[in-house]
Every structure is written in structure tokens, then in C-alpha cells.
Design a binder for this molecule. Sequence first.
Ligand code: GAL
Length: 410
Amino acid sequence: MRDFRRLLASFLLLAGLAMPQDGNAATPAHPHDRLAPTPPMGWMTWNLFKEDISDKLIREIADAMVAKGYRDAGYTYIFIDDAWQGGRDNRNNIIPDPKKFPYGIKALADYVHSKGLKLGIYSDAAPLTCAGYTASLGFEEQDAKTFASWGIDYLKYDYCNAPVDVETAKRRYAAMAKALRNSGRDIVLGVCEWGPRHPWRWAYDAGGSVWRTTYDVRDMWKDVTGQGGMGILDIINQSDTLSQYAGRGHWNDLDMLVVGLDGKGGPSSDLGGKGCTADEYRTQMSMWCMLSSPLAMTNDLRNDDPTAKDILLNKDIIAINQDDLCQPAVPKGRVSNCRIYLRSLSGNRWAIAVMNDTDKPQRVALPFAKAGIRGRYSYKEIWTGKSATKASSWKGSLRPHQTAVFLLSK
Ligand code: GAL
């Protein structure tokens, strides 16, 4: 047997293929890559509405997503998070809370689909979810079939109330991935164990299409109260060196967008989440797109404010997130006290982000060569729309926590 493996390894080597290893470079594509070829985009219930969710809310959000142009901009999922469950029936089928979802999830999914949108749902790899509702451990096959029969398109699979070791996590996620594969429907698996077991190393092989890199995002720039919450900058700091693990069909998930929440309450206002400035929200959108994170909006789209809407619907930044080359940005050091990131794009184009992570305004002189690309380029700065031709650098100023993103082509 060992001889056969050695023979196989030499054959693969000769054929120019590698055995699966850590990271993206040598990992062969998995069939589930086709489920989320580019990062999933949509709207998620948790950050603002927490347990206060219902059939009515989801239908109204679906209507708003269509009427206000979010669906057509690419936000096609509605992700129902925790607190939809109403236990199990006498055949152990998981059922929705009849008060919140009086017509059942199938009828809701039909409505969502009729609007050209997809529906996501939530469970947990343990007996109970984080908020204490019925979860899927031991019922993976049965629940996956139920989700498929309802027309579910995405499962966010959480990890509360589960053992801490990595091997159990791998097994539990692989069990749900297999159950989804056997369910008769394409359902994307979102791994949500928050990062402590380094899911970027194994969640893709276990069958996941996206994996959270950190604990929950709060509506703040960074943790200044020392309560351990994750602000926008804290999440960037924990995620910007993980790009090598992502690629077509498998993505680092930096958690939900807080754009437009303005400290209005819900779980993202815990642990010091008092709201952000427009520059900080723009930085979140810029960096989530540069780093190819799924984009899950959480503000109330029925009453969206114009600033949030402008940020969330910016076509150029969304196109970077969804770019077909599927190569998330990498950090390229600092210039003029600011950070720079470079992303290669399809069609011989590049994106450079310059982020002022200091608390003071900065005057910036950015030779593009500093970001790793030499020569002269045409560029457009996507938040101001200013453009130039035959440029090899940019000079300007950035307010505290502001990010400029340049789209460059030859
Ligand atoms: C957390 C998860 C959140 C949300 C919440 C629901 O573990 O990270 O995004 O899903 O559970 O209880």
C-alpha cells in the first residue's frame, strides 16, 4: 500500500500535479468550488435584528432588495441567521418557530426565489445553537434533506456548544458537507467557527465554501474599550495575511458588513459598538472587497440612508470583490504612514488600496511601484471617481481611517 502511495506521488509529481497541502497554491480544485465561484453577496438578519425575525421581515427585505437595486448589484442571498427554529416534530424533522414563520420556510423560499433571490439558513454543529435553539448534531442527513426540500441555497453552520479540538470540528463540518451533497440540492456551506482552529487550513477540504476568520464584528473601528470585541480594523488585522488560502469557490469570510448600522443596536452594538464614520464604513467595504470576503449587509434596507446606499452599491468596488481572477489582495507594507494593499485583477488590471489606519490626517505620496507594479497606468479612484492617465504615482490626503482604492490598467 505504501509503495502504491509512493508510486502515485511520483506519478503526480511527474505530471506536474501536487498532493493536497496547506493553502491554495497546491490544493487541487474541489467540485464544490462551483457553488460560490465568487464571494456570496446578500443580507443577513443577525447584526441588527438578532432574534426578532419573521416571515414578514424577510419578505419586506426581499422587496427592498429588488426595488432599491441591491439584487441587481449582485446581492442575491438573504441569510436567515439564528432564532428561526421551533424545535423538532414527532418525526424529528426540524421545524421553524410557527409564530415567526407561520407559512413555513418553503413558502418563504418560494417567495424569495420568485424575486430572483436565494435563501440561506442557519444551524450549529452541536445539539443547540449559540442562542440556545435546536441545532443539527446527529441530524445532519435529515436536516440537510429538510433544508433541500424547502429550497434552501446556503447554510451558515455555527460552532457554539461544541468541543474545542480541531479534529472534532473537521469531522462535524465534513459530516454536514456530506449531508448537503447527498441532499439533492446545491447548498453552499458557510463554516462559522470564528478562527480559533484556523479553518483556512481545513474548512475547504471539509466541504466548506467560506469560513469565518474572526469572532463577531462590532459596529466600531477598533476595540478601544478593551472588552475584546472585533472592530473593522481588528478584523482586517486578523485576516489580511490569509489571502493565500482563498481562491475561486473558497473564501475567507470577514463577517457581516456593519455599513449603515450607525450604532442602532442589535448584537453588533455590544462590546463598545457605538457606530462608525462614513470613512470607516467605506474602509470596511473597500477592504472586504479587496480581500474577497463574502458581503453580507445588515442594515435595515427598508429604511436605508443615502450614504450607506452609496457605499453598498458602488459598482467599482463590488466588481473588485467579484473579479474573475479570484485573487484576494495582499499587504505591501506602508507609505506616508498608511498601509498599502495590491490586488491583481482580470484583464491585466490591478487594484491598490491605501488605508490611513492612524488617527490623524495624512498627506500621501504613493509611487505605484511601492505597491509592486512599475510603469505608467490609467487609473480611477473609485470613491471620488477622479481619474488620470499615464500616471506612475498618486499624491493626495487621507482623513483618519479613510481608504482610497485605485483601479489601474495599462
Ligand atoms: C455567533 C455567530 C454570529 C451569529 C450568532 C447567532 O456564533 O458568530 O454571526 O450567527 O452566533 O447566535
